[in-house]
Write a protein that binds this ligand. Structure first.
Ligand SMILES: *Cc1c(COP(=O)(O)O)cnc(C)c1O
Length: 442
């Protein structure tokens, strides 16, 4: 792709022109780092519109979209019921800074799908929800330490920016500048799926651990599942030591199934439930909305009832809640996730067989509408083994697919998403592109 700017308003170099212009007024030309294509190189596509399973860039090029705004667009872009709800809500008012009936409706919908929780508070981003859940866990337990796992991303709150995956790993920084060591001194970072290390951490610090936060199916180091023995032991240790188990389901919630990852693990481990849950992405349906939820005795610690302060000018925004509610009502329709999961499986199984045909070591996994693939023969179980997969090959594959009109996440640390708008024909076109792309790599 040419990066020469011609100064023309339209034409084949429009993405490059916009990128150059963006970099003058916006750091790196983007408002969230991974959008800059730094990991894969090349020019980011500036998106002008989206409909169903497709995006169009500033040059009029169409792409089959497997990012879906990084998860929220589970119904595809421009779903009529969602747009209608948003338009109607906007007509009634953009923001009130006062409670609305719609917030109750959304809270009730979320609680029905997260049976461990009695109450939920709405916020505006996953970062805010995760940060607030940590404060609540610390306030509730009166303890300071928190445990997270290498490769899991929980937003960019200071205490959680420790060896996080996603954009940070892409830039090769183990942590962010601007976060004093004192701020993360209570954050323990452990290896995902490592039971002995988890046991050792609880043996050393059990009485000081307020909570363990985990991506139960990690989507910020591509796609890595917590193993059953690991999840079972994690639950036991949290219960034994009085630490709260916090499921960060910002990505997996209402994405891997109607009951999220917690529903998935509850089916595999009888009686399993987290103590707190963090949601985002799908629950906003594409608008800024996120939430954290838990049992009444914990949620009662939040202001105005309790001593843990948390607030937000735009929290429970009427347009965002309308968008989220309309989205949740669609995904609750019978058969929604069965169809989504089957389509996602047909995509990853197809990718696997095309890679095999081209003689390329490749592994895939999916759950519901979320998937991952790796250039390596076996699925990684932790972050170091994700890093050991073939990143060069991933980058070449990414560009080979992009050239053929398939928009995958521009970094190997990211999960992919299929929406209800993706048709069998879209999957078939994707696999045809993949066949050519794999051949070009072999
Ligand atoms: C996206 C994400 C976040 C952060 O959400 P934002 O809305 O981007 O702040 C937190 N946790 C997980 C698991 C995520 O995937």
């Amino acid at each position: 792709m040419s990066t020469e700017a011609t100064g023309k308003e339209q034409g084949p170099d429009r993405n490059a022109q916009l990128f150059e212009r963006a970099q003058r007024s916006i750091p790196g030309g983007v408002n969230s780092p991974v959008r800059a294509f730094r990991a894969v190189g090349g020019t980011p596509r500036f998106i002008s519109k989206a409909q169903g399973a497709y995006l169009w860039d500033a040059e009029g090029q169409r792409y089959i979209d497997y990012i879906g705004s990084w998860g929220p667009m589970i119904l595809g872009h421009g779903h009529p019921a969602v747009l209608e709800a948003v338009h109607r809500a906007a007509d009634e008012g953009l923001s009130f800074g006062a409670p609305t009936e719609r917030e109750i409706e959304l809270a009730e919908e979320i609680l029905e799908l997260a049976p461990h929780a009695d109450q939920v508070r709405l916020v505006s981003s996953g970062t805010e929800a995760a940060m607030s859940a940590i404060r609540l866990a610390r306030g509730h337990t009166g303890r300071a330490k928190l445990v997270k796992f290498e490769g899991c991303y929980h937003g960019h709150a200071d205490a959680l920016l420790v060896k996080a995956g996603s954009g940070l790993a892409t830039f090769g920084h183990p942590t962010s500048a601007g976060v004093p060591a004192e701020v993360v001194q209570h954050t323990l970072v452990l290896t995902y799926n490592d039971v002995p290390q988890l046991e050792a951490a609880f043996a050393d610090f059990g009485a000081e651990i307020a909570c363990v936060m985990i991506e139960p199916i990690a989507g910020n180091m591509n796609f890595v599942r917590a193993s059953l023995p690991f999840m079972r032991r994690l639950r036991e240790l949290c219960t034994q030591h009085g630490a709260l188990l916090v499921f960060d389901e910002v990505m997996t919630g209402f994405r891997v199934g109607l009951g999220g990852a917690q529903g998935h693990y509850a089916r595999l481990i009888p009686g399993f439930k987290p103590d707190l849950s963090v949601f985002g992405k799908v629950i906003g349906g594409g608008m800024p909305l996120a939430a954290f939820a838990g049992p009444r005795e914990v949620m009662n610690k939040l202001a105005p009832l309790g001593p843990v302060y948390q607030a937000g000018t735009l929290s429970g925004n009427p347009v965002a809640t309308a968008c989220g509610l309309a989205t949740l009502r669609e995904i609750r329709k019978p058969g929604f996730y069965e169809a989504l999961a089957a389509r996602t499986r047909s995509l990853v199984e197809g990718l696997q067989s095309e890679a095999r045909a081209a003689g390329i070591p490749f592994s895939v996994d999916s759950e519901g509408g979320m998937f991952g693939f790796f250039f390596g023969p076996a699925l990684p179980q932790d972050y170091p083994s994700v890093l050991a997969t073939d990143g060069q090959r991933f980058n070449r594959f990414f560009h080979a697919m992009l050239e053929r009109g398939v928009y995958l996440a521009p970094a190997l640390y990211e999960a992919g998403f299929v929406s209800a708008a993706h048709t069998d024909a879209d999957i078939a076109a994707t696999l045809e592109a993949a066949r050519a792309a794999f051949r070009s790599l072999a």
